[in-house]
Design a protein around this ligand. Structure first.
Ligand code: ADP
Ligand code: MG
Length: 359
């Protein structure tokens, strides 16, 4: 069902991404590492999961790892263990090797990790055990921005895997922040220099495709709303598949009338964006970042952003600080730069900032 709120897992349920799906599976089969990029709710996780399902049909091993909330190397290991526990056939094959790894045990409930002194070594041993078999294995790391704190050590490990186990192929997704940036634009001192992954950008749906998406979803539910209603929803939700899905679900599953469905989608969207933004702001200069973001909600030039931050801080702020704030916001895909102006690209984020629901 198109209006199902979970990430899609089969190609039947994935709408309008044929080209991207083809490209992703093609790259992976050619053993290219890939970074899937795009704003939140655009369908990155869905694309990766569906590509995984397609690859499995062709006898490729696939492990999906959700890093949301993972902290440090221990968190990474536990997330990988959870991913492996969803893939019983891979576990079965690597059982003998895995049992000998320090910090790893395999029982009837699957693989479990005990906190060891050297989690990165455990991680390496696990990957070696996976790579020791001949067939390709795809490891999809979703929400990689979560493990930015360990990116230095992880990059070294990834470079070693790249060199020694060409049958292990990584897919990275999440916001481009942190690890993504060092992965995608490695400097000459980075262990991954010269081996950066291919980038696959997911764009919001153009207007026509958004309309088709809603029409198809409504048809599945035997509904035929008026053109006007569809047009208004498409207009307000900016072609982001996740918001279109939520709106459709509000109507088809929750049976809300159009206006209410739209309002609820927007307030739910604002809530999700708010949680994510607060997560992003942890450990950063919240005042300065929010001032910069609020300035870009309507679009702002560099000097306007600087002015807004200085007003918020009630003091002069140096150019390097402003530069860093803007770079971080761009890297996190919260703002976009075009013709020397900066703008938040997400309709929900814009509403959140303009209605002062966050301070
Ligand atoms: N191409 C698509 N076809 C059908 N549903 C989609 C598509 N892209 C996204 N969705 C839906 O939108 C929501 C967000 O998708 P998700 O894959 O989680 O996005 P992301 O990982 O980019 O945040 C989910 O409910 C998902 O089912
Ligand atoms: Mg996702």
């Amino acid at each position: 069902m198109l209006f199902d709120l979970n990430p899609k897992e089969s190609s039947k349920e994935l709408f309008g991404r044929e080209r991207e799906l083809e490209e992703l599976t093609h790259l992976v089969r050619a053993r290219r590492w890939v970074a899937v990029l795009g704003p939140r709710m655009v369908g990155k996780t869905s694309l990766v999961k569906v590509a995984g399902a397609e690859l499995k049909k062709a006898k490729t091993r696939v492990v999906y790892v959700n890093l949301w909330g993972a902290k440090g190397t221990g968190g990474l290991l536990k997330a990988v263990a959870r991913g492996l526990n969803d893939e019983k056939s891979i576990l079965r094959e690597m059982k003998d090797l895995a049992q000998r790894i320090e910090g790893v045990s395999i029982g009837p409930g699957g693989i479990s990790i005990s906190i060891s002194k050297k989690p990165m070594t455990t991680m390496w041993d696990l990957l070696e055990a996976i790579g020791s078999r001949a067939e390709n294995c795809v490891i999809a790391l979703d929400e990689v921005q979560e493990i930015v704190a360990i990116s230095g050590r992880l990059l070294k490990l990834l470079a070693n895997i790249f060199n020694t186990h060409p049958n292990i192929v990584f897919i990275f997704t999440g916001s481009m922040f942190g690890l993504m940036k060092t992965l995608l634009e490695p400097t000459s001192s980075s262990p991954l220099y010269g081996r950066s992954p291919a980038k696959l950008y997911l764009q919001p749906f153009p207007k026509e495709l958004s309309i088709k998406f809603l029409r198809k979803g409504f048809e599945e539910n035997k509904l035929t709303p008026e053109d006007e209603i569809i047009n208004e929803a498409v207009e307000r939700l900016d072609g982001i598949p996740g918001w279109l899905t939520l709106y459709g679900n509000n109507i088809a599953v929750r049976k809300l009338p159009h206006r209410k469905a739209l309002e609820e989608t927007i307030s739910e969207g604002i809530k999700i964006v708010k949680d994510e933004l607060e997560h992003f702001l942890e450990g950063r200069d919240k005042q300065a970042y929010l001032a910069a973001l609020k300035a870009t909600a309507t679009s702002a030039r560099w000097s306007e952003i600087k002015g807004a931050v200085e007003i918020a801080k009630a003091s002069a702020v140096n150019d390097a600080t402003i530069y860093r704030i803007i770079e971080n916001l761009k890297a996190a895909m919260l703002i976009e730069e075009k013709d020397k102006t900066y703008r938040t690209n997400d309709p929900m984020l814009r509403k959140l900032l303009l209605t002062s629901q966050i301070t």
